[in-house]
Design a protein around this ligand. Sequence first.
Ligand SMILES: Cc1ncc(C[n+]2csc(CCOP(=O)(O)OP(=O)(O)O)c2C)c(N)n1
Ligand code: SF4
Length: 281
Amino acid sequence: MTARVTKLSPTWCPGCGNFAILGAIKAALDQLGLEPHQAAFVYDVGCSGNMADFVFAYGFHALHGRGLPPAAGIKLANHNLKVFVIIGDGGGYGEGVSHLLSLARGNHDVTVLVHDNFLYSLTTGQKSPTTPKGQVTPSTPAGVIDEPFNPLATALTNSAAFVARGFAGDIPHLTKLLVAGVKHRGFSLIDILQPCPTYNKSRPYAWYREHIEYLDKIAHDPADLEAALKLSLRTDRLPIGIFYRVPRTPWHENFTLLKTGILADSAIDKIDLTSVLDEFK
Ligand SMILES: Cc1ncc(C[n+]2csc(CCOP(=O)(O)OP(=O)(O)O)c2C)c(N)n1
Ligand code: SF4
């Protein structure tokens, strides 16, 4: 059986939703039959990014909020790889949000897993873009003043062709979303409701179980953008499942140079760069 994880033991707090996300990644890699050399993971900085030590595949640990550009670059350098980004709501929806929109609009073939625990957890629980209004955190002792960022509505209105939400309390369901996201040709965003029992006491597993609603139990057509948008704006319940999925040509397939082969396979040592280097003299 192919190894999916390293021999290191995860350092997350007991009960952290990241354990379940790692379990779902393991199961998804198995179901997809992806060998370690066929998958590349880019990790942002955060408790989520600590996953870098535990997944057995190609890996790159980026700066905070900067996980998405290297992922797009890896896909362009070797478009045979399946590329993943592991990122928190702070990195993905705060510091790195412009990259998220850029990859969505370009339809770069990368599967983005946002571990949405509604806080900056690694740095001890400060507010993030998704923290609910009014929540008291170490950086907002009088409660959050801002309205929360809506990741799904933002992705949907910025041309993302695969938008889903999962829950770390349901590994089989999350695994299905990961498999579907990887199989989708192009950018896929999977926002994952991730309990952080250490810092987000207001959203334990039981709270999520009371608030989630499975999209496959209601008659939702994932090709219907307007319906997906309406669902993404719901605040009374948290729908989980595939909100939106439509075919769209991935960026690398529209880029002429890549039609001739894999960039990483080209004999760059045989290209004469003298004239380019001369410009720097
Ligand atoms: C450019 C930069 N800004 C800030 C930090 C400090 N920092 C490290 S992790 C982090 C927040 C992590 O929160 P999130 O991205 O939501 O991930 P989580 O820990 O919740 O998984 C911050 C602000 C940093 N390392 N680099
Ligand atoms: S602080 Fe929260 S997100 Fe980080 S490891 Fe602990 S439980 Fe998980």
